[in-house]
Design a protein around this ligand. Structure first.
Ligand SMILES: Nc1ncnc2c1ncn2[C@@H]1O[C@H](COP(=O)(O)OP(=O)(O)OP(=O)(O)O)[C@@H](O)[C@H]1O
Ligand SMILES: [Mg+2]
Length: 505
């Protein structure tokens, strides 16, 4: 029966037996992916499983070592992205790669500017951009400088750009990692339209709910190998997770071993920021050994709150106390000196030195700890880096590997490890598990729990309510810059949190 189906519906794209090796890493080992027209094919697997590499082999960024790619029944081998684009394949990349000084529309038409009498036709570029934006529900002036936009807007622009090529195949590599719920909805409307028009789409994401909502077929990879392909409607979450990690995962959250003590480590009093959008009159306390979750909708200004505490944003009024002593924090260095650490949300953009090694990226936050009389203690750097690699289960062939060569999720794990190495007293984490696979999420929860068990105080921002309910002791819900309420995790539920999120809208 399966064969008959195949005859009725030839695949738009077939990747067969694809193999790709990097020095020390077999990234792809006989992988298979078959995409039907008018369908969304989810590609799933843990960080480093080879998802992005497979798509880059198709798109002409990498050259496969072996295997066959059939596009509309004919064998193809794109040598560069331009060839792929010309043939009707476009891709939304996991990493944003935009020219920040240029305008939105210039970024969209980079390398293919419309011209009139040999000069770039700004008007045509503007009109065409506007059309795509209206279609996608994007409310951005195409003439604005792209560097002035928020990360979520920039991600939407990337999607618009990929759609603008009128391709037959569209690849989305974690397109929603920093989108708001509304933006995700807009994207899904577009994807559904494109599906009706007969496009074949590959959709990579670590978000299970998205996968079930949007995909027709699911292919799962593990350690560079094809593991399973099936219809989304016949599969469930537990099945997918166990195929991804190679064993059944009975618990999504580790058992709590920490217990908040009475000592108030951080006290924030009526904190407001200077520049909009900002936090307004926020007050709360954080105790030693406590994990305080911060929940809220995109735009609730959770990031603004922690960045203001950390001195990254200017404070207008309010006071911050650390173990009873008032602190003046006007810049991050002062926060760091007081044993505060902040894992920022935009770590992919800000936190990574792509050309440098895993060692450098692991230890950079506290290099002074490794030098004595100007001599670097390399043994200690190596040992600490190994700790980061082991405790975060970073997939890398060696400590010397350029971090830019690791998979997106594994780069993030290194950055998280960097801050954990410090043993900060107050650790603030902004969406630490975004883009990280289920197995690694579990490891991060465990590390946070262990830190708290050692008496550290943790602030954990997340947009995933189940995650906060599974990990935090208390949850502070923010709404439009205000603290809408602080609830005990054991006594609350998603409905109450949603209600609080809307309090100041
Ligand atoms: N340019 C490169 N040089 C060396 N190794 C690489 C390179 N690109 C990818 N790799 C390795 O290939 C493997 C697969 O990486 P890939 O980026 O495809 O994973 P992924 O499934 O997309 O993971 P994630 O969910 O974290 O994005 C990883 O071990 C990675 O370190
Ligand atoms: Mg990837």
């Amino acid at each position: 029966m399966a064969d008959e189906e195949k005859k009725e519906q030839p695949y738009l794209l077939e990747m067969l037996n694809i193999t790709k090796e990097f020095p020390g890493v077999k990234a792809l080992d006989g992988v298979k992916l078959q995409v039907a027209p008018g369908s969304v094919h989810a590609l799933m697997g843990e960080n480093g499983a080879g998802k992005s590499t497979l798509m880059k082999c198709l798109f002409g960024i990498y050259c496969k070592d072996a295997g066959q790619i059939l596009y509309q029944g004919k064998e193809v081998n794109f040598q560069n992205p331009k060839e792929a684009l010309d043939a009707g394949i476009s891709m939304v990349h996991q990493e944003l790669n935009q020219v920040l000084e240029r305008s939105v529309m210039e970024n969209i038409f980079l390398g293919r500017f419309p011209t009139k009498f040999g000069i770039i036709d700004d008007k045509a570029m503007y009109t065409r951009s506007k059309e795509i934006f209206d279609d996608l529900g994007i409310n951005v002036d195409p003439k604005r400088k792209i560097g002035d936009l928020s990360v979520s807007q920039r991600q939407m622009i990337e999607i618009a750009k990929a759609v603008s090529y009128d391709s037959k195949i569209l690849i989305f590599d974690e397109p929603t990692s920093s989108l708001s719920e509304k933006e995700v909805e807009d994207l899904f409307v577009i994807i559904n339209k494109l599906r009706e028009r007969g496009l074949g789409m590959v959709y990579i994401s670590h978000k299970m709910d998205e996968i079930f909502r949007i995909s027709d077929d699911i292919t799962i990879m593990r350690d560079g190998k094809w593991v399973f392909t099936g219809k989304a409607k016949d599969m469930n979450m537990d099945q997918i997770i166990s195929l991804m990690v190679g064993r059944p995962m009975t618990n999504r959250f580790p058992e709590k071993t920490h217990k908040p003590t009475g000592e108030v480590v951080l006290k924030v009093e009526n904190l407001s920021g200077e520049y909009q959008p900002t936090v307004i009159d926020a007050s709360f306390e954080l105790r030693a050994g406590e994990i305080l979750g911060i929940s809220g909708l995109v735009g609730a200004r959770r990031t603004e709150l922690v960045e203001t505490i950390f001195g990254l944003r200017k404070r207008k009024s309010g006071r911050i106390f650390y173990k009873g002593k008032e602190l003046t924090i006007n810049k991050p260095l002062q926060a760091i000196k007081n044993d505060f650490a902040l894992l920022t949300e935009e770590r992919r953009a800000n936190g990574i030195f792509a050309d440098l090694s895993v060692v450098f990226n692991s230890t950079i936050a506290h290099l002074d700890a490794y030098s004595k009389f100007g001599v670097l203690n390399e043994a200690k750097m190596k040992k600490d880096t190994q700790w980061v690699i082991d405790s975060m289960a970073v997939k890398t062939p060696s400590q010397r590997q350029q971090i830019g060569n690791l998979s997106g999720g594994n780069q993030q794990k290194v950055i998280i490890g960097r801050w954990l190495l410090n043993e900060p007293e107050v650790l603030m984490m902004d969406e630490p598990t975004r883009g990280i696979d289920v197995g690694a999420k579990y490891e991060i929860y465990k590390l946070i729990d262990e830190l708290a068990a050692r008496g550290k105080a943790v602030i954990f921002i997340s947009s995933e309510m189940p995650e906060l309910l599974g990990v935090a002791d208390r949850i502070m819900v923010m709404s439009n810059g205000h603290v809408a309420g602080i609830v005990n995790t054991a006594e609350t539920n998603q409905e109450e949190m949603m209600r609080l999120s809307a309090k100041y809208l």
